[in-house]
Design a protein around this ligand. Structure first.
Ligand code: CMP
Length: 141
């Protein structure tokens, strides 16, 4: 609760489709502030490290391959209650289950190619933000 920071990734499917700007606009229109952003093409090792909590899941290898198929755009967003607000804006992990008007419902193709990632808890954000950004790359606003 209160002002939070969260790690959002515009995933390779969304960057490839040319909808990264539209997705980032959704967050800005909701009043979230961009504190950091960059475009990176992850290596397999980098993707595997980011998703290490999922290493026992059947989809882990495929997810890591998907995340390396092209560049993605990790960002740090800040705002009141940012973690749950971002999750509401994204919609359910599976776009088929995502509510109308959510980012995944509009832009995602499948549960794997689901356009966007957002930290699921403060603990996840505390791991995920420094995974991509050091302190000097995150602007206070
Ligand atoms: P994300 O929010 O980035 O967190 C983990 C990711 O794993 C998730 O979004 C999906 O892209 C992917 N994922 C989750 N469940 C499945 C699944 N059942 N099959 C394939 N990919 C999945």
């Amino acid at each position: 609760m209160g002002i939070e920071r969260t790690l959002v990734i515009v995933k390779p499917d969304a960057v490839a489709k040319g909808v990264a700007g539209k997705i980032i606009s959704r967050f800005e229109e909701a009043g979230l502030r961009i504190l950091a952003a960059k475009l990176v093409h992850l290596t397999h090792e980098q993707a595997a490290g980011f998703y290490i909590v999922h290493r026992e899941r059947p989809f882990y290898r495929s997810l890591c391959a998907f995340m390396t198929q092209g560049p993605c755009i990790p960002t740090v967003l800040e705002g009141d209650n940012a973690i749950s607000r971002v999750r509401d804006l994204m919609g359910a992990t599976d776009p088929a289950q995502a509510a109308p008007g959510t980012i995944r419902r509009e832009f995602a193709a499948s549960i794997e190619a689901n356009a966007v990632h957002g930290s699921d808890s403060p603990e996840s954000a505390a791991f995920e933000i420094p995974y991509f950004f050091d302190a000097l790359e995150i602007s206070a606003r």
